[in-house]
Ligand binder design. Structure first.
Ligand code: GLC
Ligand code: GLC
Length: 622
């Protein structure tokens, strides 16, 4: 079938300058595309037409790719592990909140370079409904930007400037749903049968009722269940908010239309697409409609399409689900990188319990990834913290998952003795007992409460993120310890969503203090820059290989990168008490090591004491 399709396309395009290279790419990757499409649409009589249309879209994407991006394609294809480097450091921000828009971000490039960033994720900058748009995750057009941020040309020029500065631009591909103001949704609402088929629309409650027996509620505060009713009585699938309509990928026209949008975004000069809400993109009755096998075929088909038409484009998976499901999206043929929500949640868990057992276990059992893929490790994102550890892992330590989540929620909203955190509940659901946590990293670490250990706690979390393997991601503002924005509750449009607590505007005062060693902001900034600087000079931190080092102290985390003769041993104390690691545990290591954090020599042939929340980066050399 592939050869036949290539011949058909060649009939009309063979004379175009872009064709020969495209035909070559098609021969290399086209079969994989067809193989992934087949389980989705292969039963249809018009499968060949579907495939041909898609290849046309791919050709147009390739044709429109700029010479400088094609150059980058060649470089990246020759170095598929480029993102595993110790030089990689990600940052994420809202262009408007952090910098006042695209031009403001451009003006911040020197600061981003000073921090050492090589990757910048701008929260979705696309045209979206006002005032409710789920922080930009309700997209009305993938080809236009929110005018408050700037124009699409300014975004394109920002991408170019970032690339010149060695910084990859990361944008979202919000492909599970569009906003209800997208032109497709507007046509569907008006009753157009073609566009009604782009969404999951039902005349009555019969089918929605069946689906709702097996799907979970994601934003129960906004609407119960998974559907919303339109004024004409029809029901439309809305996993998240009523203004976010789920796309119906069982209709191949949707796959093709979104492929076109994907390549458009790629051609702006985007290196990574953050694949939003991957778990939800395929639905089938009688299932949870999450993590279905078809979702993987769909992602792999888009991946194959990228190899054909936008070769340097990589995917980052956003799957905030059970850890077994999180890894199921990660492979060179699917999403090359992925958020590591388990590590994120367990970092916070360890701060609350002062025990590293679950984190250590996860590093031992769940950290290893396939070749040519990487974790994106992070402390906080723009979303809530959900306690997505595996109950079966917790049970190994005698911990009941449900009860433990209740404890964590109480701890992080400061309703537990010994809590230093100032968080708020998100989507507290009394029916199921589910609840997640909002709050900035600094406020959850105790800086808001004025806790003396706040700075060291936050540095400890970032220390793990920077050294455990993969791409570390900094939530911009954390480097100066930005606190919760309690004003969100005064804004009627934000008050309904506590995630705005940790999406504050740029804190000018804190940024102004960042060189002042007497201030919290200054201590954090200096401490974090120091850790970032260490990482950049340690090639052994590249990649993801890691060996767990059991410290036999419940509060002290340990792991090694590299070898005992030439490596780095990281030890971290997750409690406010000094903690000891016994000499016999350290036997087998060199007798002496340099702690890179304090630049002091440390004896390893005797008991070792870590101060509260201290981290040691012990350089092991034979
Ligand atoms: C993703 C985003 C989140 C958004 C949801 C719906 O999970 O991270 O902010 O609410 O998708 O698009
Ligand atoms: C759910 C979804 C995730 C989304 C989050 C937003 O956990 O699984 O995709 O980011 O909700 O709160």
């Amino acid at each position: 079938m592939l050869n036949h399709l290539i011949e058909r396309l060649a009939a009309t395009r063979a004379r175009q300058a872009s064709w020969p290279a495209f035909a070559q790419r098609l021969r290399a990757h086209g079969q994989r595309l067809l193989d992934e499409l087949h389980p989705l649409y292969g039963e249809r009589a018009d499968f060949a037409q579907v495939a041909e249309q898609l290849l046309q879209v791919a050709y147009e994407g390739w044709r429109d790719r700029s010479p400088s991006l094609r150059q980058l394609d060649a470089v990246r294809e020759a170095t598929p592990d480029w993102f595993a480097s110790e030089q990689m450091l990600g940052g994420v921000c809202y262009a408007d909140l952090w910098a006042g828009g695209f031009k403001g971000v451009q003006a911040q490039i020197p600061y981003l370079k000073e921090l050492g960033l090589t990757y910048l994720h701008l929260m979705p900058p696309y045209l979206c409904p006002q005032p409710h748009n789920d922080g930009g995750y309700a997209v009305s057009s993938y080809r236009a930007t929110d005018p408050q941020l700037g124009s699409i040309d300014e975004l394109r020029s920002l991408a170019t400037q970032l690339r010149k500065a060695g910084i990859s631009l990361v944008l979202d591909f919000v492909f599970n749903h569009t906003s209800d103001e997208h032109e497709w949704a507007q046509a569907a609402r008006a009753g157009d049968p073609h566009y009604s088929g782009y969404y999951w629309m039902f005349q009555d409650r019969a089918e929605p009722d069946v689906y709702e027996q097996t799907v979970r509620e994601i934003f129960p505060d906004e609407h119960p269940g998974a559907f919303s009713q339109l004024p004409d009585g029809r029901w439309v699938w809305t996993t998240f908010h009523s203004y976010q309509w789920d796309l119906n990928y069982s209709n191949p026209a949707v796959f093709t239309a979104m492929a076109r949008e994907m390549l458009y975004i790629a051609n702006l000069g985007v290196d990574f697409l953050r694949m939003d809400a991957v778990a939800f993109v395929w639905k089938r009755q009688g299932t949870p409609c999450e993590n279905l096998p078809e979702a993987h075929h769909l992602l792999r088909a888009y991946n194959a399409l990228a190899r054909i038409a936008a070769p340097s484009l990589l995917f980052k998976s956003e799957a905030i689900v059970h850890p077994d499901d999180v890894v199921s999206y990660i492979s060179p043929e699917e999403c090359q990188v992925s958020y590591n929500p388990l590590q994120m949640a367990l970092l916070w868990n360890s701060l609350a319990t002062r025990e590293v057992n679950l984190l250590q276990y996860a590093l031992e059992q769940r950290h290893q990834l396939p070749a040519h893929t990487a974790w994106v490790n992070y402390v906080r994102s723009h979303d809530d913290i959900g306690w997505t550890f595996a109950d079966e892992d917790a049970a190994l330590y005698g911990i009941n998952g449900f009860d433990h989540r209740q404890f964590l929620n109480r701890f992080f909203v400061n309703r537990f003795d010994g809590s230093f955190a100032r968080g708020e509940p998100f989507q507290d659901n009394p029916l199921t007992g589910d609840c997640r946590i909002s709050g900035t990293a600094a406020s959850l670490c105790g800086l808001e409460q004025g806790d003396v250990h706040g700075v060291a706690r936050l540095l400890l979390l970032y220390g793990v993120v920077l050294s455990s393997g993969g791409i570390p991601l900094l939530y911009l503002g954390d480097e100066v310890g930005t606190l919760n924005d309690h004003d969100y509750a005064q804004d009627a449009h934000k008050a309904v969503d506590s995630r705005w607590l940790h999406r504050p505007p740029r804190d000018q005062a804190r940024y102004a203090q960042r060189q002042d060693p007497a201030s919290q902001a200054g201590q954090l900034h200096a401490g974090l820059r120091h850790l970032i600087g260490l990482r950049r000079h340690l090639p052994l931190l590249a990649g993801g290989e890691l060996s767990v080092f059991w410290t036999h102290n419940p509060a002290v985390l340990g792991y090694r990168r590299g070898s005992v003769e030439d490596g780095l041993l990281l030890l971290g104390n997750f409690s406010e008490q000094p903690q000891r690691v016994a000499a016999h545990v350290l036997a087998g290591l060199p007798a002496q090591a340099q702690d890179l954090v304090s630049a002091c020599g440390i004896a390893l042939d005797q008991d070792l004491t870590l101060q509260p929340y201290q981290q040691l980066w012990l350089r092991l050399q034979a």
